[in-house]
Ligand binder design. Structure first.
Ligand code: NAP
Length: 301
């Protein structure tokens, strides 16, 4: 019999992921803090729940996809939250990106209540969520991972169990370090190319075919050229993730000098009121550093 899934958090990522689960044949009950998004899921063949309890009651699998560690904590341990309402033996998959230590702690609490926790942050952005081709880095037990492989297959393409609870979040922190660094250097390269009046679309095309090529260049290069920074992945969320990786690295005694510099640039972009931009909007601060704000490659406003 097909699994019943409770899906909590139907934002930029959660809604398309929940829709893909509906398409794969699961019964999906969605709950979101602002209720309209649950109606959007209902319109796509899912069900709209008006409380966490209603979504979670009797569900075989409970999914959370909310912004930050305190949000996951609230959804899980709140008075009317997941732990108070889930059936014993249900699987809890957290797709959110949160602190590894919080993931470990919540997994322990979930186990005490008879749940089977998997931290499973994703990478691939909104396009990956829509197309069901996310990379999913999973922390937890092998048997639990195997038991919900059909759920992972509906949202992802590269799905890897990387270790015990919390490990998925550690790998995701490394992912965010790499992506932010890539974005920062791509932004510097675009500002540099524009300063020399190079035809930037052609430049990015040829750079994309060599060792400088990357998914970041493919997905974010054109956005920078066009100064089009609709999210996507909000800078405020990447700021959160740079906080996660810098503090986790510090705790482990690992130096991340380049990552720390990019973290400061991300923080500055957010402080300037641009936290709602896509993370490619880091370009705005990189551009300012060279006094080029608001200019394109021709030096025109
Ligand atoms: P988002 O668009 O802000 O979506 C988060 C959703 O969670 C919103 O719909 C929000 O509802 C809901 N929510 C927040 N607190 C809640 C609560 N207590 N109960 C129920 N719903 C709640 O964020 P997102 O971009 O989808 O990101 C979600 C997570 O995935 C984050 O951890 C992020 O770092 C990670 N991630 C994002 C991307 C990306 O490209 N966007 C890629 C990989 C990973 P409201 O409508 O009320 O705000």
């Amino acid at each position: 019999m097909s699994k019943t899934i409770a899906f909590i958090g139907l934002g930029i990522m959660g809604l398309p992921m929940a829709k893909n689960l509906v398409k794969a044949g699961f019964t999906v009950r969605g709950y979101n803090r602002s209720p309209q998004k649950a109606q959007d899921l209902a319109a796509a063949g899912g069900q709209a729940a008006s409380t966490i309890a209603e979504a979670v009651g009797g569900a075989d699998v409970i999914i959370t996809m909310v912004p930050d560690s305190p949000d996951v904590e609230a959804v899980l341990t709140g008075e009317d939250g997941v732990l108070a309402n889930a059936k014993s033996g249900a699987y809890w998959i957290d797709f959110s990106t949160i602190r590894p230590d919080v993931a470990q702690d919540l997994a322990a609490q979930a186990k005490e209540k008879g749940l089977k926790p998997l931290d499973a942050p994703v990478s691939g952005g909104e396009p990956g969520a829509i197309d069901g081709v996310l990379s999913v880095m999973v922390g937890g037990e092998q048997a639990d991972f195997d038991a919900v492989s059909d759920v992972f297959d509906a949202v992802g393409k590269t799905i890897v169990l990387v270790g015990p609870s919390g490990s998925g979040q550690t790998v995701k922190a490394a992912n965010q370090l790499i992506v932010a660094g890539n974005i920062g250097l791509l932004a510097e390269a675009v500002v540099f190319l524009e300063a020399y009046g190079v035809e930037t679309t052609s430049a990015l095309q040829v750079l994309g075919g060599g060792l400088a090529g990357s998914k970041v260049l493919e997905q974010k290069g054109q956005k920078m050229l066009e100064r089009e920074f609709d999210p996507g992945f909000r800078l405020a969320l990447h700021h959160k993730d740079m906080g996660i990786v810098t503090s986790a690295a510090r705790e482990a005694g690992v130096a991340i000098p380049l990552g720390s510099t990019v973290a400061q640039l991300v923080a500055s972009t957010v402080q300037q009121g641009n936290g709602g931009l896509d993370h490619s909007g880091l370009f705005t601060v990189v551009e300012q550093l060279s006094g080029k704000t608001g200019q394109n490659g021709d030096g025109q406003a």
